[in-house]
Design a protein around this ligand. Structure first.
Ligand code: SF4
Ligand code: SF4
Length: 335
């Protein structure tokens, strides 16, 4: 379905926001819109994921997800959102591969296991389980573009984390770009999870304007081009040297372990659900859009986030209190 320039601007207002969408990109989009007479099919594969990215997608506000899937794209396949089941559902992707369709955008959520294909399979064809790796490889071949949704698909994420004791990973989890041999049509939209605007906005940009401008990690610059720190609610406090010493203090969260300086992400301006951000809520940035997440600096997600003994004693849940104490003393959650 074609959408008007007004609607496109509304979508971009909601998903990309004027501050992040350079005016120059909008020039000439009317022609692009006129050509977008049909809704572009999107095939969404979930591999080693917790489905958090899909849950975040459902929280899209403007446009809401129902408008996106009924008016702007044709979501032909999505394991957890589609109504079809069994062979009927799988035949959608089977047909796309068998007929050599080349009109769709492939979205992949989750990392891909490489130690054994059986660690993540999706449906059966001719009585045999088909691995997520095979679907992604086959579908990527003719896709207009491949969007690696979330940090697991983009960089490996939590499923690719190392076991500290062995340095190993149980499934050999890899990002989509590794599986596809650095295919230049891959776009990474990391985040744990990604903001719904980043997913919807990237898909809409692809459909209406083609490939967005990417940074060195193949992330759209319009969302990841500036650091959290540059856009942070606490930047003024940082510049004045006002640092929170413990959780709940006013001021910059750097001394509590905030990774905003090294992390590309616009959440402090975009806000989750338009309401608040990680830094704004006082938890700091854990660098979830960056390649080393979740083991940024080999520290784990919260290891260097310091809490005073007093703060820890106030934690009512005994298990959590002991875990935080262990972390504070240089141990691990299980150690
Ligand atoms: S809270 Fe984090 S992102 Fe914000 S000013 Fe401090 S270091 Fe920078
Ligand atoms: S501010 Fe940091 S933790 Fe929050 S979404 Fe952005 S990168 Fe992730």
């Amino acid at each position: 379905m074609a959408i008007s320039r007004r609607e496109f601007l509304k979508i971009m207002g909601g998903t990309t926001a004027a501050f992040a969408f350079p005016g120059v990109i909008l020039q000439g989009c009317k022609k692009a819109l006129e050509r977008a007479a049909e809704r572009t099919p999107v095939i969404w594969i979930q591999a080693q994921s917790c489905s958090g990215c899909s849950v975040s997608l459902l929280n899209a506000v403007d446009p809401d997800i129902a408008t996106v899937v009924t008016q702007h794209i044709s979501l032909n396949f999505h394991q957890t959102l589609m109504g079809g089941t069994g062979h009927r559902a799988i035949s959608v992707i089977e047909d796309a591969v068998a007929r050599g369709r080349n009109d769709y955008v492939l979205a992949v959520e989750g990392s891909i296991p490489t130690k054994d294909d059986n660690y993540c399979t999706l449906g059966m064809v001719h009585g045999h389980h088909v691995s997520a790796k095979k679907w992604v490889t086959d579908l990527a071949r003719n896709a207009k573009a491949v969007i690696a949704i979330g940090s697991c698909a983009a960089f490996g994420g939590i499923p690719a984390a190392e076991i500290r004791a062995t340095g190993d990973n149980p499934t050999g989890a890899k990002p989509v770009s590794d599986i596809l041999g650095g295919l230049d049509k891959v776009i990474n939209v990391p985040g744990c999870p990604p903001h719904p605007d980043w997913m919807v906005g990237t898909i809409m940009h692809l459909i209406l304007k083609g490939m967005p401008e990417l940074d060195e990690f193949r992330r759209p610059k319009m969302y990841f081009g500036k650091t959290v720190h540059e856009q942070c609610e606490h930047l003024a406090a940082y510049k004045r040297g006002i640092f929170a010493q413990k959780w709940g203090d006013p001021g910059c969260l750097y001394k509590l372990g905030c990774l905003g300086m090294d992390t590309g992400c616009d959440i402090p301006r975009r806000k989750w659900l338009g309401v608040n951000s990680c830094t704004g809520s006082g938890s700091g940035c854990i660098g979830c859009t960056e390649k080393p997440f979740p083991d940024y600096g080999k520290r784990g997600i919260y290891k260097h986030l310091t809490a005073s003994l007093e703060d820890i004693q106030r934690i009512e849940n005994i298990e959590i209190r002991e875990a935080v104490l262990s972390l504070r003393n240089g141990g691990t959650i299980n150690g």
